[in-house]
Design a protein around this ligand. Structure first.
Ligand SMILES: C[S@@+](CC[C@H](N)C(=O)[O-])C[C@H]1O[C@@H](n2cnc3c(N)ncnc32)[C@H](O)[C@@H]1O
Length: 210
């Protein structure tokens, strides 16, 4: 096995690690997908347990619109959303180009024409989203994660929600506190085997506010 190139992470833009094609089966009560994976992307040999938890508990998108999978990897969240919400357009955003290529190929193989795979600065990305789903890249570090969320959460439509899954030991509770300090309404929607699913919305205006 060739060694990982120094400095390579699952969030490297162009992973230098040798290709090692694999498959992941996503088996949910309502969606079955067979996805291509590779080395150099997040969780290439099995559906991540946090991703699975998010897909189990996060709300199904309720209406047509632009949805965002922030940090899409090879596409498990984006493709499940696209299956559950066929009238929506799901934007799968990532910095890892190998992951984005897999995501686009997986969408095509699954016949999901409503998935768009994009780098974060793609000018085609819409200004607002009717929902955001994310298994965010905690390993980029706290400050980078805060900058990432500070960049994308303000693009939520006024009555929309974002859903994020985070491991407790990787800082779910401190992220929850930080989001609240930034003025977001945050509910811990579910907790299981060390994971938290946070639902993030804009705070309600108090009754009677003009
Ligand atoms: C924890 S992984 C989740 C991948 C996939 N959604 C899944 O559930 O298997 C987080 C992803 O965020 C991506 N990422 C890291 N920094 C990012 C950034 N600044 N903008 C968008 N995506 C980023 C990583 O490349 C990685 O694919």
């Amino acid at each position: 096995m060739s060694p990982e190139p120094a400095g390579d992470h699952y969030f490297t833009a162009q992973p230098g690690t040798a290709h090692r094609p694999g498959r992941v089966h996503v088996l949910l009560p309502d969606v079955h997908l067979d996805l291509e994976t590779d080395s150099g992307v997040f969780s290439p040999s099995r559906l991540d347990a946090g991703t699975r938890f998010l897909l189990d508990v996060a709300a199904t998108p309720g209406r047509a619109g632009d949805l965002l999978d922030l940090g899409a990897g090879y596409g498990p969240i984006a493709l499940v959303l696209a299956t559950r919400a066929p009238d929506s357009t799901v934007w799968a955003v990532d910095v890892n180009e190998r992951a984005l290529e897999l995501c686009a190929r997986n969408a095509e193989r699954a016949g999901l024409a409503n998935v768009r795979c994009a780098l974060p600065d793609d000018p085609a990305l819409p200004a607002t989203f009717a929902g955001i789903w994310s298994n965010p890249p905690i390993r980029i570090g706290k400050q980078a994660l805060h900058e990432l969320l500070g960049r994308w959460l303000p693009r939520l439509a006024p009555d929309a929600a974002a859903w994020a899954v985070v491991q407790r030991h990787l800082g779910a509770d401190s992220l929850h506190r930080w989001l609240a300090e930034q003025g977001w309404a945050v509910d811990r929607q579910a907790a299981r085997t060390g994971y938290r699913v946070l639902r993030i919305t804009r705070p309600q205006e108090p009754e009677g506010t003009p």
